[in-house]
Design a protein around this ligand. Structure first.
Ligand code: JHZ
Ligand code: ZN
Length: 418
């Protein structure tokens, strides 16, 4: 199900492992955060289906390039062949996609002919569908999940059913804009991925790689983004180190609030004419002082945050109150298994995604139900496990709040709304 990961995927630091010769100074990645053994965050199953299993969830830090990375790699076919996360069609996500597209068109050069666009990890085709609605007709998705490829086909979005790597890239024609949202940190072999990017581009191609930014994750106390899909927690120093020996360079960094703080790494070919934008240097400066100490504090604070939620729920249940979850996000799995919550504490979690409903939260007996349950059952508290969409969800569920329901936002500090 998984293999050990011993060498930094950005800079190569670390011992080659049990089967190889020892590196001269016995260099090893340093463990900085341990969440024990956990189920896979998106492994939603009903009672007739088998779960994939559990794997260690431990973060290792590279003292050479500052890349934080998991100690194991779960086989990608297990994680992504059938994928339950579907891109939100809500207001916050759609306005993010619109803004991102406007910025990319600007980067590509307004006035140039309509670009040819490839999206890696195109999910159900939501973004490409939007891009096509702006008049851009040459679009192509690359997506490994069979269920999502079918959903994209229903929207008439041309999609190659494959993982993106150099071999897949070699079968495509070069494109002008390549987008990869929240897939780069899910990849184990970055060298092969970068080779693939080089293959699908020409000297003027703009690459947009959207990732969660490690310092935003730490600042927002969002340890719930640590799960088996997220193999790396990216710093700008690590990406610069990775790109050094390649034909691509980091041209610009654009920050967006989506998913609790994400950055888009705009990459370009060295064979083009550009030089890095000042944002790259600003980020590198921001990372001075980022290191083992940062992770030690983050790890301690995260354990505190889990303890706080545990105590809040235990007290509420002891007082005869009912508690549920809102949003069966991958993040919810981290909370539930990290804290050790069961159906005794969280009665159900509601989620709008049909593919998650009437299944169990991974690793537990907590059922996933439709959001209508909030008004049907009127629980006292709903823990907002999709805290990144808080304004949208609280607005959508204002009737629940008017009738006395309360949302619990677990991070950056536990807050009860209203
Ligand atoms: P959401 C996913 O993480 C998985 P998750 C992935 N690994 C990744 O990297 C990040 O995204 C970026 C539901 N919902 O988007 C939908 C409602 O029910 O925070 C989702 O199941 N009603 C690719 O899973 C969940 O909440 C609503 O109104 O942590 C949110 O999950 C809205 C807005 C969402 O990502
Ligand atoms: Zn490294």
């Amino acid at each position: 199900m998984y293999k050990h990961h011993l060498q930094c995927r950005a800079c190569g630091y670390g011992s080659p492992g049990a089967s190889g010769t020892k590196s001269p100074n016995n260099e090893r990645l340093i463990p900085v955060f341990d969440l024990g053994v956990q189920p896979l965050a998106n492994d939603f199953r009903n009672e007739t289906e088998e779960h994939a299993g559990h794997a260690p969830l431990k973060v290792m830090f590279c003292p050479n390039c500052t890349l934080a990375q998991l100690s194991v790699v779960v086989r990608p076919e297990i994680l992504y062949s059938n994928y339950s996360y579907v891109t939100s069609h809500g207001k916050m996500m759609m306005s993010h996609l619109e803004l991102l597209w406007a910025d990319l068109i600007q980067e590509y050069g307004t006035g140039l002919p309509s670009p040819e666009v490839m999206e890696i990890g195109s999910n159900d085709g939501t973004f490409l569908h939007y891009i096509r609605s702006t008049g851009v007709n040459r679009i192509l998705g690359i997506e490994p999940a069979a269920n999502l490829v079918i959903q994209a086909a229903e929207k008439d979005i041309p999609t190659v059913h494959a993982f993106f790597d150099a071999a897949t890239a070699a079968q495509q024609d070069p494109v002008d804009i390549v987008i990869a949202r929240h897939v780069f940190c899910h990849m184990d072999d970055w060298h092969d991925f970068i080779k693939g990017l080089e293959i699908v581009g020409h000297s003027g191609t703009v690459y947009a790689i959207e990732v969660p930014y490690v310092l935003d994750m730490i600042e927002h106390m969002s340890f719930d983004q640590i799960y088996h899909e997220h193999l790396s927690y990216l710093s700008v120093m690590a990406i610069v180190e990775l790109l050094n020996p390649t034909g691509l360079y980091l041209d610009r960094i654009i920050r967006y609030p989506i998913h609790g703080g994400s950055i888009v790494l705009v990459l370009k070919k060295r064979s083009g004419s550009g030089t890095p934008h000042e944002s790259v240097f600003e980020y590198i400066k921001k990372e001075e002082g980022y290191g083992l100490g940062t992770w030690k504090n983050f790890s301690n604070n995260s354990l505190d945050a889990m303890e706080k939620l545990k105590r809040f729920i235990a007290d509420a249940v002891a007082d005869g109150r009912t508690v549920v979850g809102y949003g069966a996000s991958a993040k919810s799995t981290v909370w539930i298994n990290g804290v050790g919550l069961t159906r005794n504490e969280i009665r159900w979690i509601c989620d709008e995604t049909p593919g998650k409903q009437y299944k169990f939260s991974p690793g537990t007996d907590i059922p996933i139900v439709d959001p209508g349950a909030l008004l049907r059952d009127r629980p006292d508290y709903a823990v907002l496990f999709a805290w990144n969409f808080a304004p949208e969800i609280i607005e959508k569920e204002k009737l629940y709040v008017e009738k006395g329901g309360k949302f619990i936002v677990p991070i950056p500090a536990l807050t009860v709304i209203p």
